[in-house]
Write a protein that binds this ligand. Structure first.
Ligand SMILES: [Fe+2]
Length: 294
């Protein structure tokens, strides 16, 4: 069956048919999916009953995995439920029990419910993320995506000129502080030191510009913190208007793939004290920094 993509939203996001993600892809299939990503920025593959190894193999068709050992979480390796290459976005601990609501790892995970782009706090931010829905709760837990190209296009000319030269500082410290989680060790603070990112980035294939926003952005170079936070909040509100947002309602064994260079996303609430949500992510490292670190 040939690959086909059906739009899921007026401005972006598509549902792919004709691909079995458990099997190796032919070169023309990879090219068709990459072209789909360039156009839609979010692709949904239904009924993909993947093992972790199959998810990793599928992901590697599109580039190299982001290094597993870069700082990006407060959870230590021995406490992780999943093996190398898999990021755990469940509400489970290592033993498969629902994680305590008092656990600081849970506080940290809650930050994923703020709008963000994966790994914007790294010098080379992530390219694609792929999230596999293995166990889903009975309600809630949508993943929402915002098209940052559409958000950029909708700015007026004055605003486009204003954002063009700006450089933001991104850190996990800022996004966790936003929900009142500030109890980080000196070692964690050092690992999460702020990273420079351009606010406007250009897609390497399509040449389309987009706003590179995230809850991780907590400062703008040359601006005071209150001015910067207020401006970033306004821009985020603009960028996440409903007309730019696709809300993905999960079905079992969905695989959702998004381009972090062109979108933001956030997780939504569910009954995380009584129901299990087991979703697992693989992540592709980016191919370029948006700006040098100094
Ligand atoms: Fe994320």
């Amino acid at each position: 069956m040939p690959i086909a993509i059906r739009p899921l939203h007026p401005v972006f996001a598509g549902e792919v048919s004709g691909v079995d993600c458990t099997k190796p892809l032919a070169r023309d299939e990879v090219a068709a999916i990459e072209a789909g990503m360039d156009k839609y920025a979010v692709l949904v593959f239904r009924d993909q009953d993947l093992s972790d190894a199959q998810q990793i193999a599928f992901t590697r068709h599109f580039g190299e995995l982001e290094s597993y050992h870069l700082p990006g979480h407060i959870q230590k390796d021995p406490d992780k439920r999943l093996g190398p290459g898999m990021a755990d976005f469940s509400n489970l601990d290592k033993d498969g029990n629902i994680i305590s609501a008092e656990d600081r790892v849970w506080f940290f995970k809650l930050g994923d419910r703020l709008w963000h782009s994966d790994s914007s706090f790294r010098p080379v931010p992530a390219k694609y993320s792929l999230l596999s829905g293995r166990v889903l709760p009975s309600w809630g837990a949508n993943t929402e995506f915002a098209d940052m190209r559409a958000a950029y296009d909708a700015l007026d000319e004055r605003a486009k000129a204003e954002v063009e030269p700006l450089v933001c500082l991104h850190s996990l410290i800022y996004s966790r502080e936003a929900i009142g989680f500030t109890e980080l060790s000196d070692e964690e603070r050092a690992a999460f030191r702020p990273i420079r990112q351009r606010l406007v980035r250009t897609h390497p294939v399509t040449g389309r510009k987009s706003l590179f926003l995230a809850a991780h952005a907590g400062a703008i170079e040359g601006w005071t913190i209150p001015e910067a936070r207020m401006f970033l909040r306004d821009l985020t509100e603009h960028a996440t208007q409903r007309e730019f947002v696709y809300s993905h309602q999960w079905r079992l064994n969905d695989l959702v793939m998004w381009d972090n260079r062109q979108t933001m996303h956030r997780a939504r609430r569910f009954d995380d004290r009584n129901e299990v949500r087991d979703v697992r992510r693989t992540t592709l490292g980016g191919d370029a920094a948006t700006i040098e670190q100094v």
